[in-house]
Ligand binder design. Structure first.
Ligand SMILES: C[S@@+](CC[C@H](N)C(=O)[O-])C[C@H]1O[C@@H](n2cnc3c(N)ncnc32)[C@H](O)[C@@H]1O
Length: 325
């Protein structure tokens, strides 16, 4: 059974938590890229929270911190300066990322005050909606091609490539020199990745590789995917991004898939250990913890998102000792 403590307040200082009492950190903090103009995503978190997290984690504890390609270097420096070791960077690969779309050729026409040529039209709905334009009030938009010479030269040129992964930084609070790995795991239950619970099973009929292939499958990789690309590459773990659904009460703009949080939670913890998420948003880490019989401590500043997290976590009937602050 899982125990939960969730706080509707700022995580800074983590004053509610004792030193060296928590076995893992899993969090998806603000990326500092003003994603969809969200007020809380203007800056990376202050380094203070990584100092606080370091304080409350046990020696040898692992952490997984989501980040953005553009600013992960800064976050990694903050984590390292707070005392953590950078162990790896996992790559959450998905196929449905959208490139920044801007046809530079058309922008040049506009700059030169030259009308681009209409070559067709299409229906457009703000954001992705299931069923496409047919089921929603759609605007008619024109397909254009550049008219100016320079516009033609740069027709189709854009501002970015398709983003198809998010980095997740694997960190560890170092163990003190006086102890070896086994001694630390015996005392703290940390310093060991749960590789057995996250093996990727072989597919039916697939030939097993290596001298002594493990019957339960391969060790999980640092590229995560759940379904096949059908491209002949090794088996990874791919999780598609979650779409907000029209009727869904969860409107958090950066909601993470529970199946992804499930895998990550399994990877760095064992049953009955406690996971901290200082930036829990709509509570996806907490939902995974409930399903996996892990204890969970979460903070969320925004009361709208906090309510969603509370509802989602309460839906998991496993909660026995549930504390909401
Ligand atoms: C990237 S989102 C997390 C989304 C989450 N992974 C989910 O699946 O819903 C980051 C969250 O951190 C929250 N936040 C920002 N600053 C905070 C602070 N000082 N204390 C607690 N939460 C904070 C934001 O309101 C936002 O919901």
């Amino acid at each position: 059974m899982s125990e939960f403590k969730i706080f509707n307040k700022s995580c800074y200082t983590l004053a509610d938590l004792e030193n060296s009492t928590i076995e893992a950190l899993i969090t998806d903090p603000p990326y500092g890229i003003s994603y969809q103009n969200n007020y809380w995503d203007k800056d990376l978190p202050d380094r203070q929270i990584w100092n606080d997290s370091f304080r409350v984690l046990k020696e040898g504890s692992f952490g997984l911190v989501f980040s953005s390609i553009r600013l992960m270097h800064r976050l990694m420096v903050d984590l390292e300066d707070s005392g953590f070791i950078i162990k790896d960077v996992l790559m959450w690969a998905y196929l449905n990322g959208m490139p920044k779309s801007r046809n530079v050729g058309l922008a040049i026409d506009k700059e030169l005050n030259i009308k681009s040529e209409k070559i067709g039209e299409y229906k457009y709905v703000q954001g992705y909606k299931k069923g496409g334009a047919d089921n929603y009030k759609a605007k008619t938009k024109y397909k254009l091609t550049p008219s100016s010479e320079l516009g033609k030269k740069f027709n189709g040129a854009g501002l970015g490539i398709k983003p198809a992964y998010e980095p997740i930084i694997l960190i560890q609070k170092p163990i003190k020199k006086a102890k070896n790995v086994a001694q630390n795991t015996i005392i703290n239950g940390t310093d060991a990745l749960n590789l057995e619970s996250t093996r990727i099973p072989y597919e039916k009929g697939e030939s097993k590789v290596g001298h002594n292939p493990h019957p339960n499958g391969r060790v999980t990789a640092n590229i995560l995917r759940t379904s096949n690309f059908n491209d002949g590459y090794d088996k990874f773990f791919l999780v598609p991004k979650v779409r907000q659904k029209k009727d869904d009460y969860n409107f958090h703009p950066t909601l993470k898939p529970v199946s992804l949080m499930f895998h990550l939670t399994k990877l760095i913890t064992f049953e009955k250990q406690t996971i901290l998420d200082p930036f829990m948003g709509s509570g996806s880490t907490g939902v995974a913890c409930a399903k996996l019989k892990r204890h969970f401590i979460g903070y969320e500043l925004d009361s709208g998102y906090f309510k969603i997290a509370k509802t989602r976590i309460e839906k998991q009937n496993l909660i026995t000792n549930n504390s909401i602050f």
